[in-house]
Each structure stands twice: as structure tokens, then as C-alpha cells.
Design a protein around this ligand. Structure first.
Ligand SMILES: *[C@@H]1O[C@H](CO)[C@@H](O)[C@H](O)[C@H]1NC(C)=O
Ligand SMILES: *[C@@H]1O[C@H](CO)[C@@H](O)[C@H](O)[C@H]1NC(C)=O
Ligand SMILES: *[C@@H]1O[C@H](CO)[C@@H](O)[C@H](O)[C@H]1NC(C)=O
Length: 426
């Protein structure tokens, strides 16, 4: 959007310019100035992420879920996309972790390449009557859309508005079957689990990485949210680091072949709480193979580690920090065998007047900016179209209130979060 406006403005300038030659001289520096965001593709350099000019980049942002039953970004029955993005921007955040379900892509393939309409998506998830009601609310708040707008067109509109406001898009494959995530018995836990087909997964990653080429602010993708041990093995592959590595290599290769530009985020075992053998270069058990950047030839400078932390009952900040270091943040230091950028793509807590003052929240608010590690808090959503079978589910961990109109805990925003953003990005 910004870039188009700049080109339109330049077209005006060009008309007034005495010669095409002069116009060309003007155009270069002006366009270079306007085009310096996002200035990708981003690459890694040791523990840092750099833009094309070599400037360090990190993320300070929030999760915007879109992977639940309806499989479109949440909140649009209450606010316009522009209103929601402006809220994110107002506290200086620079990134959104936008989640998606593989099922969304599966349905495009099953439908002969045609994406599913909003009318169908809402009816399928919420039932005919409620689906129609919520769709009408979405269209009232977002008049650009119609019942025939498709799911991916909604993602496109979210990405366009994020780009307009210069906020990076990190796509996250959150789950296979569109639903609330994550548990060990949800059928999405590990490759081969009931809904987690490895072939559909690589196909879905490639599809989204390719599709997102059209989004100016698309800079990175997470291969899979929170790998975890299935509670009953069924057809799943063995749950261990060796299996993890085989599939992460496949996922990374699928993304890279579809789109060589985005950073690729790797998520660890046990709900993405640790990546220690990757960082320390020890055997990926039960085999003796080890993580090697050489296995990602041509795009080894695209890999970032992501870690989640929900040690909400922590009573000691120093032990929480020691755990984080051991679980993966060591990758930011020269003591790691394999050095990577590390981001905490999920942490979160109840948005009330006091929880943010506790050990857990205040410890992370100091630790992450001090490491210059990126992060995206769980969660922007004040409510979900549907979560765990309940419609219009209130999210009391949401940065926004139920109708996404205001901060749920203004004291947290003013007392900690805004400073955490600033301290991370400064
Ligand atoms: C930016 O990255 C470089 C390494 O490329 C590092 O030496 C430097 O300290 C970083 N600067 C800041 C402000 O973090
Ligand atoms: C919606 O339409 C308006 C006016 O036609 C346009 O300026 C805006 O960019 C559109 N927004 C999206 C998200 O497509
Ligand atoms: C994989 O995608 C196909 C559609 O192309 C679908 O029929 C199938 O159910 C999907 N597999 C799983 C395990 O979801």
C-alpha cells in the first residue's frame, strides 16, 4: 500500500519533470527511501537477524490466531482489520505471528484448487444459523468483504494492512485440523497422528510460503507449533529427536523450494519448551546423528529457533532464566555449539490488574529485551469465533477485551508491555 502510494506520487512528479533522464535520477533515491521496509529478505548472522542492509532486526509482537475451527483470523466480527492492526501499532509492536491450519490448504486442494468462502467457513464451523449471524457481523465491520470472499483473501487483507502499518508477518503452522491447540490427545500432536499427515503438512507449508510471496511484510514462517508426544501412539512416528530432525528437514526444504526468502523457525519438543540437543550439538537420540547447518545447504542462514514458555507459577526469576538458557537461549551465546537467533514465540498470562507484576511476567519482561531476543506474546485475541466447542469464547489471556475494542489490562500495557516492546527494539 505504502509503496503503491509512493509510486503514484512519483508518477505525479514524473509528469512535471522536464526529462525522463531527470525523472530516473529522482526516482532511484526516493524509491529507495520508501522501499526500506521490510528491506528483506531477512537472513541470520550468528545469533542476529539482519535485513538486506545488515541492520539487526528482531520481533516484539503478538499472536493473532487464525487456526481454529473457522480457519480465518479471529476478531473480525467485532472490529475492522485496520482497527485491530492500529491497536498493535499503537504500542510500537513490529510483528504478528499469524497462525494457520493445514486443513485450510487441504480444503483448497480437495475443492479443485478453489478456496472456501466465508459463508461456507462460518457455516461449517458454527452451524448454519450462528454462522450466518457471525458472517453478517464480519461484513458489517469489514465492508470490503462479501459472503463470497475466501479465507485466504482474508489473510491477504490482514497481511496488506500489516504491511501498510509496517508490521512484519510471521506465518505459523499452528495445527493440522483447524481447532484449539494443543494437547497430547488432539490428533495433531506428532507426525502421523490422526490429523497430522506429513505429506499434507509439507504441501500446506509450501502452499502458504508460495502464497505469501505477494505479502510485502511476510518475512518468516514457523514449521510447526509445539511438537508433543501423542497420548496414544496410533500411527504416529516414534516421538524422539531423530524423528523430529527428519521432519524438520523436510518442512524446511518444502518452504525453501516454494519461497527462498522467509526465515524458517524450528520449534522444539515437549510443546516447544526445549531445543537443547540442537543447541549443544549432541546426538539426536535414539540415533547418533547431530544437527548440522550443512543439512540446510543454501539456506542455513534462514534458521531461527523458537521456544515457548508457560512457567507461570515460577517463584524465582533466576531459576526461570537458567531454565531458558538451558532449554535453548544458550544458542544466543558463543558457548553454543550451534549458534542461532532465538525467539520466544509464545508466553502469556491472565490479563488482569496484578498478574503482570508477578515473577513470571516481570522476569520475561526484563529477560527477553536484555537478550535482544524476539518474542510474540500469546495472545492478541480478546475472544474466539469458537474454542473447544464453545462459540464466542472469552479469552482472559487476551491483550484485547472481548469485543477487541480496548486493552483488557490497561495497567499491563502502560506499566510493562509498552516498555518491553521499546526495550526490545531499541
Ligand atoms: C547487531 O548485530 C551485530 C552483529 O551483526 C552485533 O555485533 C551488534 O551488537 C548488534 N547491535 C545491537 C544494537 O544489538
Ligand atoms: C478496503 O477498501 C478500501 C476502499 O476501497 C481500501 O482503501 C482498503 O485498502 C481496503 N482494505 C482492505 C483490507 O482490503
Ligand atoms: C490430506 O488432504 C486431503 C485433501 O487433499 C484430505 O482428504 C485428507 O483428509 C488430508 N489428510 C489428513 C490426515 O487430514
Amino acid at each position: 500500500m505504502k509503496l503503491n502510494a509512493a509510486i503514484a506520487a512519483l508518477a505525479g512528479l514524473a509528469a512535471a519533470a522536464p526529462s525522463a533522464e531527470l525523472d530516473r535520477h529522482r526516482r532511484t533515491p526516493l524509491l529507495a527511501g520508501r522501499a526500506d521496509w521490510p528491506n528483506g529478505p531477512l537472513v541470520t548472522s550468528g545469533r542476529w537477524v539482519h535485513d538486506a542492509s545488515g541492520k539487526n532486526v528482531t520481533y516484539a509482537g503478538a499472536n493473532w490466531p487464525g487456526a481454529a475451527d473457522v480457519m480465518i483470523p479471529e476478531g473480525l466480527q467485532y472490529q475492522s482489520i485496520a482497527t485491530i492492526v492500529s491497536k498493535v501499532k499503537s504500542i510500537g509492536m513490529n510483528a504478528i505471528r499469524l497462525t494457520f491450519a493445514i486443513q485450510m490448504v487441504d480444503e483448497i486442494y480437495a475443492n479443485g484448487g478453489k478456496d472456501v468462502t466465508l459463508e461456507k467457513a462460518f457455516a461449517q464451523a458454527l452451524g448454519q444459523a450462528n454462522g450466518a449471524k457471525v458472517l453478517a457481523q464480519v461484513l458489517a465491520k469489514n465492508p470490503n468483504f462479501t459472503a463470497a470472499t475466501t479465507r485466504l483473501q482474508v489473510y491477504d487483507a490482514v497481511a496488506a494492512e500489516l504491511a501498510k502499518q509496517q508490521i512484519y508477518v510471521h506465518l505459523d503452522n499452528h495445527i493440522s485440523k483447524g481447532m484449539w491447540c494443543c494437547s497430547t490427545d488432539d490428533g495433531n500432536s506428532w507426525w502421523g497422528d490422526k490429523y497430522f499427515s506429513a505429506a499434507n503438512w509439507t504441501r500446506g507449508l509450501a502452499y502458504m510460503a508460495d502464497h505469501a510471496k505477494a505479502w510485502p511484510g511476510f518475512v518468516s514462517i514457523g514449521l510447526r507449533n509445539e511438537p508433543r508426544e501423542p497420548s496414544s501412539k496410533g500411527q504416529s512416528a516414534a516421538y524422539n529427536w531423530q524423528t523430529w530432525y527428519e521432519y524438520m528437514k523436510q518442512g524446511a526444504a518444502a518452504v525453501h523450494a516454494a519461497n527462498p526468502d522467509p526465515l524458517i523457525f524450528l520449534s522444539g519438543l515437549s510443546f516447544d519448551t526445549f531445543l537443547t540437543p540442537v543447541v549443544q550439538g549432541t546426538a539426536l537420540s535414539p540415533g547418533s546423528g547431530k544437527f548440522s547447518f550443512g543439512d540446510f545447504a543454501g539456506y542455513a542462514n534462514k534458521l531461527v529457533l523458537e521456544i515457548h514458555n508457560y512457567d507461570n507459577s515460577a517463584t524465582s526469576c533466576s531459576s526461570l532464566q537458567n531454565n531458558l538458557y538451558r532449554n535453548g537461549f544458550q544458542a544466543l551465546t558463543a558457548s553454543a555449539v550451534n549458534v542461532f537467533p532465538v525467539m520466544m514465540t509464545e508466553f502469556g498470562f491472565q490479563m488482569d490488574a496484578t498478574t503482570w507484576k508477578g515473577v513470571y511476567a516481570s522476569c520475561l519482561a526484563a529477560y527477553l529485551p536484555a537478550q535482544k531476543a524476539g518474542w510474540t506474546i500469546w495472545v492478541l485475541a480478546g475472544s474466539y469465533y469458537m474454542r473447544s466447542g464453545r462459540q464466542d469464547y472469552d479469552e482472559n489471556w487476551g491483550l484485547l477485551n472481548h469485543d477487541w475494542s480496548a486493552w483488557r489490562s490497561p495497567s499491563y500495557i502502560d506499566g510493562a508491555l509498552t516498555a518491553m516492546v521499546k526495550n526490545t527494539l531499541s
